[in-house]
Write a protein that binds this ligand. Structure first.
Ligand SMILES: [Zn+2]
Length: 401
């Protein structure tokens, strides 16, 4: 105790008092405005020049995506391609130079503020930039008309179907977690998660297939390993343009503490709690079995991609519907709707959830998960959760939302 007090004293005299420091200038910030909406974005100067997170441009109507190692910004019908650690930018394929490179720090991609001037110059008068006042102002109407007037080099993903197109079958992708050399978690009696996941996934697929308005696909229907990132890609490839689609990944949870029990449903977003991070690390560990693990795209990017952003709300609503359905039959407690950046959900451009149907590490729940009657009940409720989603979506549409 005495030693500690001495150390604290030494620290107190060694540390300069905050009032003695010269006043730090407040970090400069940019004002990004679109119509009457505006956000303030703090300028980063870690590299000795001013930069902002490129994802902040989504606030003023840009689409930002990470494609083939390039950062693609789409705005006003133009496409700007940037590359990390390069000062180059291609505008509709034409090379331009910035004074400083785009860079990545802490999982966030920063673009030099000089890029904003190029945006303003190229976006057809819809974007005005005042570098001295650190203001970028977008005229939303002019931006929309610029988007149709200028040559568009990339097709808009998932364009809505024509209003008088015939109704299409809705795509349901059922993803049984793990498989093949990846057994997933293991129960105290030796139950392997991959087998439970597959059994319940098959039943969910069978139940939904009985409804002719659903087109049901499984990422795996036997004991084989599919790379995590490929599962979402498969789902995207199965989906026709404009087709409504859902992605459901089915897993069993595990915890070193055998007392942990219950069910929880995740949607894709940054993990908020230590427990969500733990579950994400556990499920993403499947990548160690993959021959060619796919490169990781920063989550910042994935979430700034409008295709994912627009599904965020739908995914979290759907996760809640699934929790409500499981509550009717599950003997364990609801652990609620959670969020994490699961690799399997990252690439699916549709509402997507990962359901942890119970703890295989808990003796009681391991027995429950092995019980064919309980498996059937859980599968029925998961299928009902899919119907709930579309029923809610139809209610919203008929309400004119
Ligand atoms: Zn799992």
């Amino acid at each position: 105790m005495r030693v500690l007090a001495t150390l604290l004293f030494l620290f107190a005299i060694a540390a300069p008092s905050t009032t003695a420091l010269p006043a730090q200038p407040a970090p400069a910030s940019w004002r990004l405005a679109s119509g009457t909406d505006a956000v303030s974005v703090t300028e980063a100067t870690d590299r000795g020049y001013a930069a902002i997170p490129v994802s902040s441009l989504v606030n003023v109507g840009a689409q930002v995506a990470y494609e083939g190692g390039e950062v693609i910004v789409r705005m006003g019908g133009r496409q700007f391609a940037l590359r990390v650690d390069s000062p180059g930018v291609r505008v509709d394929g034409q090379p331009r130079m910035l004074a400083s490179p785009t860079y990545s720090q802490g999982g966030v991609i920063y673009v030099p503020t000089a890029f904003l001037a190029i945006l303003g110059e190229m976006a057809g008068g819809a974007v005005s930039v005042d570098a001295n006042a650190r203001t970028l102002r977008v005229d939303p109407a002019a931006l929309a008309s610029a988007a149709t007037r200028a040559p568009v080099t990339a097709s808009v993903p998932n364009a809505p179907a024509a209003p008088n197109a015939p109704p299409r079958r809705r795509l349901i992708v059922v993803d049984a977690g793990h498989g093949g050399v990846d057994p997933g978690a293991q129960g105290p009696s030796g139950t392997r998660e991959k087998h439970i996941n597959l059994r319940i996934s098959r039943r969910v697929a069978e139940i939904l297939s009985a409804d002719p308005t659903y087109e049901v696909r499984m990422t795996r229907d036997r004991d084989t390993l599919i790379a995590l990132r490929d599962r979402g890609r498969m789902a995207n490839a199965w989906r026709d343009e404009g087709q409504q689609a859902l992605f459901m990944s089915i897993h069993c949870n595990a915890n070193p503490s055998r007392a942990e029990a219950g069910y929880e449903t995740y949607f894709l977003a940054e993990a908020r709690t230590a427990d969500a991070q733990r579950v994400q690390a556990m499920e993403d560990a499947a990548e160690r079995y993959e021959e060619r693990p796919n490169g990781h795209t920063p989550l910042d990017f994935i979430m700034s991609d409008l295709r994912q952003n627009q599904h965020l709300r739908e995914s979290s609503d759907w996760a809640q519907m699934i929790q409500n359905r499981l509550r009717e039959v599950h003997p364990g407690r609801s652990r609620g709707v959670k969020q994490a950046g699961f690799a399997v959900l990252v690439g699916a451009f549709m509402p997507a959830v990962l359901v942890e149907i119970g703890f295989i590490s808990n003796r009681t729940e391991e027995a429950m998960l092995n019980d064919p009657e309980q498996q059937e009940r859980i599968a029925q409720q998961l299928a009902q959760g899919v119907r709930d989603f579309f029923a809610a979506s139809e209610r919203r549409q008929s309400a004119g939302d």
